[in-house]
Design a protein around this ligand. Structure first.
Ligand code: TPP
Length: 370
């Protein structure tokens, strides 16, 4: 007996990514992607993008001042993250990578707490169960397994939640998302694989990442429908994700969404992007900025004025200031905590590593450099 879709073409993405907003803010209604957002929610999407960008900049500044060890910016990807996270219900779960500050802010995760991982203070100061938002995953794509497993578990329990995981174009070449999508397809797990195609995996451009016609085309190999969306268009991202989420909630299984976007900043603060991309390319990408686009749309709809901008700017500044206060000179925990919560029954090798660190720390206390 075959479990394959009756028509494989149903799994293939459309030729063009779904797009509702032009860069000048002109809106094109699409009967397949109707919007169910009121004026307040439209402004809310804009507000969250502005706050995200401000906090993102603050995090880069904090790294420059030696307060964070490293930081992975999401500048340029605010619409992809906020439009998609906003399409979930509060009970649904998100399993992020390391670049999802925007999605974290939609989930009202305290930004300073979240950034502690980048300071090395602790994994994060947020309780995943209070926000239905997992910890950042640094090993590429591992969070896809968490999302697929969590969704399968929820389905076994008849719990009608949906999970969504974020990973990048580079993540699609890793084994973990492959395994996650294989399981999700077979078990029809209610999970959304949301890929932010920001064109690069560090210095590796998309054309060296895959020979597939698009990343979304890869989904057919798992029996999962692939969708494509203009990820710099917050309304399209919201509408496409919303549809996929409802589909999953109704028992129709997983979806793979490829959001076309662009990473405007370096891969992380340790990267020098001038080694692999040109200023001309950046200037071109800046013309598709997601925040300017939404502002143009709100202006055209008479939903934007200086008072709104001032209020949002004030809130963005207050959030950035709170992040600075929470991170600056925050005390580091005991490095040996690293070894807790790993094994119930630690291996000899693991114990040995712990002893080594303990000895090094004792040396440092005695005045030796680590
Ligand atoms: C398993 C694993 N291999 C390698 C790395 C090193 N690494 C960190 S980020 C990155 C590129 C990821 O690119 P992509 O998936 O496109 O996501 P983006 O960083 O662009 O959001 C790599 C190879 C890692 N963190 N984990």
């Amino acid at each position: 007996m075959s479990t394959a879709a009756s028509d494989p073409n149903d799994l293939l993405p459309p030729d063009e990514p779904v797009h509702l907003l032009d860069p000048d803010g002109t809106y094109h209604a699409d009967p397949d992607h109707p919007l169910d957002l009121d004026d307040g929610q439209l402004r809310e999407l804009y507000r969250m993008m502005v706050v995200t960008r401000k906090v993102d900049r603050e995090a880069i500044n904090l790294q420059r001042q030696g307060q964070l060890g490293v930081y992975a910016s999401c500048m340029g990807q605010e619409a992809a993250q906020i439009g998609s996270a906003y399409a979930l219900a509060a009970d649904d779960w998100i399993f992020p990578s390391y670049r999802e500050l925007g999605a974290a802010l939609v989930r009202e995760v305290d930004a300073a707490g979240f950034l502690h991982l980048y300071r090395g203070t602790w994994l994060s100061d947020h309780d995943p169960y209070a926000h239905n938002f997992g910890l950042m995953s640094i090993p590429i794509g591992t969070q896809a397994l968490h999302a697929a497993g969590f969704a399968m578990g929820a389905a076994f329990d008849d719990n009608p939640i949906v999970t969504m995981t974020y990973f990048g174009d580079g993540g699609t070449s890793e084994g973990d998302p492959h395994e996650a999508m294989t399981f999700a397809g077979v078990f029809k797990a209610p999970v959304i694989f949301f890929v932010q195609n920001n064109q690069y995996a560090i210095s590796v451009p998309l054309e060296r990442q895959t020979a597939a016609p698009s990343l979304a085309h890869k989904a057919i190999g798992y029996g999962i429908p692939g969708f494509r969306v203009d990820g710099n268009d917050v309304l399209a991202t919201y509408a496409v994700t919303r549809r996929a989420v409802e589909r999953a909630r109704q028992g129709h299984g997983p979806a793979f969404i490829e959001a076309m976007t662009y990473r405007m900043e370096a891969h992380t603060t340790s990267d020098d992007p001038t080694r692999y991309r040109t200023q001309e390319e950046l200037d071109e990408a800046a013309k598709t900025d997601p925040i300017a686009r939404m502002r143009n749309y709100l202006t055209a709809r008479d939903l934007y004025d200086q008072d709104l901008e001032d209020g949002i700017e004030e809130q963005a500044k207050a959030t950035a200031t709170a992040v600075r206060a929470g991170i600056y000179d925050a005390e580091h925990g005991d490095p040996l905590e690293l070894f807790e919560h790993v094994y119930d029954d630690p291996t000899g090798h693991f114990d040995h590593q712990r002893e080594q660190l303990q000895a090094e720390l004792a040396g440092a206390v005695d005045g030796e450099d680590l």
